[in-house]
Design a protein around this ligand. Sequence first.
Ligand code: ZN
Length: 427
Amino acid sequence: MTQTAKPTRENRTITVDFNDEATYFALLSDGKAFIECIFAFLLSLGFQLHHKASCSGGGGLTRHSHYARVRLGGLTIWRVQCTTCKAVFTVLPHFVLRYRTMRPEVARDALLATHGGLSLEWCAVIGHISPMALYRLVCALGQQSLVAVLTRCALPLPVYLLADEKHSKCLTDKVYLPTIVSGRVLWHLGYSASKSAVAFTASYGAFQRAASQQEPSYRVQGVLTDGFDSTTKSMRTLFPGARLGYCLRHALNKLPDKLVGLSTPVRQGLRAQFHALLHRCRQRTSLRVVALGQRLRRFADHITTTVGAEHGERVRKWFQDKKAGWYAVLADPKMPAMSTVLDQAHNAIDRKLFAMKGFHHPGGSQAAFLTGLAHLYNLIPYQRRALNAGKCGVEVEGGRLPTSDWMLNLQILTSGGYQCTPEPPHH
Ligand SMILES: [Zn+2]
């Protein structure tokens, strides 16, 4: 089993929407018209092509580009070469999946069922395909990083993050899925066999590298975690200078554990008071940190007088440990305060992994498979009765999609040959 995706040669495939198959076949005989059509498509997307680093061609194709027809699995396709850097782009029409005999319509149904939490085996039965073919398809989508795909949707790199690890099982081993979420979008879904700070730093580091590559001046302002030591350590290593906050809802849920031996109504009563305290501090417009400090002290005193000094002391120690993280949340109004959206993403991914019992195929890549699932999470629209019905996570966050068809978007956005137009650094 390998943890990282196998290195593949530079993939410069581009998926192009020709509207219908007849248009595509009509264009095949006319190279010039074909190139014009690709031009128009690129222009409508606002994408550039991923040339070699040395290329001064400006990211486009010129009308002088070389092109050649090749036969691929019974279908004629075009390869176009940049005259400057010699990069070769394989043009795939929208009705073909890269390296796959599976038709996009079949893949669409199978992926949708997968996303809904149906097992790979059942999805395969529905689509009359093999479970392995579906597994490989998800892995193939996962070859493109989340950062690459999301920035192609014009989403800015997240300045505030939620980071936490999902505990999962790979066969009988305990494993961890380090995750970064911002709003409704997954920016990182990694895989780690260890919960050490070193292992988490390695996983989250993949996001940090991809983001810095995309935008060298990228800086994270704030990160919300649940306060787990390895997570905060890795965040401190990767994003020095970022505010590190601890989730307030997590704090709320932890308080009853600190009041061992007390009756449930008493513990719940104190939890309710703690909830009101945090809520009031968040409502304030100024001096939020000072107010929280005062109220935490008073609350610990209150516990001492109502349920005894031993409890008061335990809670006071806990406050001492955690308060810096809570202060960080209140110090910046833009900091996320609760990890609710991250928990939702984890629950969604968990349903799939549980139903599949298998992101651990021998010889498979967990990293690629999980990234593929994360693309589905970001790009498949929510169901009819959901809050953001008909929209996908990327749209909810203000991203721009190439087309109104999620499957086609998935094909286009995970094409290796596209590159988003570099934007001037924002201030
Ligand atoms: Zn070039």
